[in-house]
Design a protein around this ligand. Sequence first.
Ligand code: SAH
Length: 363
Amino acid sequence: MGYDSLPRLAHGREERSRKSENSWATSIYDYAESLPRMEILRLDSLHAALRETPLAEWAGRLPDTLPARWWSRPHGDRERWRALLASLPPPPAGEARLDADRVGVVGRAPLDAAMREELTRKLQGLHPWRKGPFELHGIHIDSEWRSDWKWRRLAPHIQPLHGRLVLDVGCGNGYHLWRMAGAGARHVIGIDPSELYLYQFAAIRHFIGAAPVHLLPLGIEDLPARLGGFDTVFSMGVLYHRRSPIDHLRQLAGLLRPGGELVLETLVVDGDETRVLVPEGRYARMRNVWFLPSCGLLERWCRRIGLRQPRVVDITATTCDEQRATAWMRFESLAQCLDPGDPERTVEGYPAPKRAILIARRR
Ligand code: SAH
């Protein structure tokens, strides 16, 4: 039966109460209550899909390891998001589009005005939509980021995804997961600890239907260090949020099978291979930015940890057309993070965001 089987639940509780003093008292309670709600993760279908792969054992353990980790820190909006998701109308008939810039579904018939209004309102309830775009039955979710532009930049350079097991670390709401499946991946797993994104993903999945795609609410630190089973691992927009970027690269390498491919996207600065920017405080208003290396240094970091042939294949300055506020992301965006008198600088006086894509292989 998988995650909701009673013997496992009882066992899990015992395990935890043995360890527990006071600190566990509340989490035991949350954990037990959360189990019937784990359906959103579809761990049983993940396990089934990975049965014949090097990831089978890990996938089989997830029902025991994931709930306590995730449900012990619920977001304050969790119940509202869950209620929204539960109230979505049954998906109208249509055809999934995973290989299009606007990921989603083209309906067989146009939605009537009332349905369109209801759907738009419910999807807007999952604001802010940072990654996209999506289009569901004519409703265009115009996200803050044109994530399709990043996809276009990297797609010509990577090993074809056809038939591969793929991991996307820090996948956000999963926009690129659908593109990876659309490119023929055998199975795609995204991990992201941010809870809202799981609900956005589930809302999109509700309309798209079956696809070999799963999103798990985990951080990279929750994965076994030497999982070693993915053919391709993506890490996009994550490295500069890590306090130890070289450790992040090592973790990514350990998740790949020998010969597997790493696709890394991150903020970089100009300069030779000795150059790195560690912002004094915020960078482009973000508090959690640590290391912005030059492209040469990024490649050197990869060589140092034993990755083969690391090479930067694209460098692109982020524009206010690629990242901007929209009706689906009404907070501040890039324009408010740049110096109004000099768009080459952030408001803090650092070089404006420039992003690189690097490809490397595990030995
Ligand atoms: N990969 C997407 C999203 C990048 S935003 C893209 O390129 O468009 C960075 C994401 O990293 C956020 O969604 C954030 O929740 C996630 N993240 C933060 N800490 C993480 C961690 N420890 N492990 C994995 N993902 C993390």
